[in-house]
Design a protein around this ligand. Sequence first.
Ligand code: F0G
Length: 462
Amino acid sequence: MKEKKMRTLAEPFRIKMVESVRITTEEYRSEALKRSGYNPFLLHSSDVFIDLLTDSGTGAMSDRQWAGMMIGDESYAGARSWLHLEEVVKELTGMPHILPTHQGRAAERILYGILGGQGKVFFSNTHFDTTRANIEFTGATAIDVMPDHSTDPEIDLPFKGNIDIHKLKELIIQYGAENIAAVIMTVTNNSSGGQPVSMMNVKEVRELCDDHNLMLVIDGCRIAENSYFIKHREPGYEDKSYEEIAKEMLRLADAFVMSAKKDGLVNMGGLLTLKDNTLSQKCTNLLIISEGFATYGGLSGRDMEAIAIGLKEVFDPDYLHYRIRSTAYLGEHLKLMGIPVVWPIGGHAVYIDAKKLYHNIPVKEYPGQALVCDLYTQGGIRCVEVGSVMFGKYDEYGKLIPAKNELVRLAIPRRVYTQSHIDYVIEVFDDILELKDQKRGYRITYEPPFLRHFTAQFARMD
Ligand code: F0G
């Protein structure tokens, strides 16, 4: 029988409102980049043509979400929109205590502020940068526990986001259960290529936590995307719905932190959900001091309404298929052109191995930052370095201790760009390939003590 030809992956939505984006010249962009200290975080968004800096809070809401905004209840206490959100999140997580926050890191600050402190240790498959910063800010230690092979950008495995169970077992014994504040599973594993975590892995972590009486936190801001990978890659889940898979995973956790700016399909919002009553009381007290009353926590009623709707829409099979396949479309095309990408392609972003692409730039001159700057200058594309700028440290002599990899992340906002925008991005990489051997690195001229990539300034080595 003749095989059916693959059709274009057409977006499962049509456009009801448009936002203009400005096309600038290379000269203009070179000047703009110079003015921003060669840090694209400091560019004006109006100077960016295609913004792949983050998938966080940059998505487009649906007509239903916008309609929900109009019926948002702005009451200070017990708002209808809060009750709607609480109901949706209780059903999703199975947890009794739901705390709204203005974004993910506020949930992290509250939870890890209580669990952390001097002498405490957290283990994670990979701590996201705000997670690590919130933990270290309390004086606690954050340790990533990845299998050695997972940091190899080329190795092709279905669940490269998994934690290393054997290492975790050894570390629990080494540090002593009494000093361990929590094990955090980041799902999908953002800082390690947006790679998924298997249900089996989370189940194994749960068992280990039970054996040692440890708390398991799921950082699940991309849990719907992770569920897609489980359904299509993990035996036994073929016939489950994406929502059922997410529910099963969340029922393994003691706490859930979520930046709703990702799979909540909204521009602002976060959640902290908990099983334990006492811990929930402590968190609620901190929430009220710093975020807002327990039934809005830094959000307007309309924001909460939009999250409640977004958390349902995100599990729509057509949406999730388009979402994961369109990210893969970019990654697969770049790979075919010979661009070294982290393989397999993750859920929300394509990660490029800048050390390999810009092999003539030494790590101490930040090849990832060089690629980020070139993508902006060549094509008006904004993205972020996930390498030694983001995760590098210094030894006692001030020498750079580099990150494991020098990656560049092209994060795809949800429901924002069409296939022709993505085709344009692919074309810009032709120029990158042509010029790559003439590239120079960068040095840092200013950096703050925490999360330096946001505000650091650079100078070109030439
Ligand atoms: N956890 C993970 C895994 C994240 O990816 C993020 C944010 C956060 C927590 C913090 O959430 O931004 O709402 O405070 N990630 C964004 C990104 C910023 O670009 O990957 P937030």
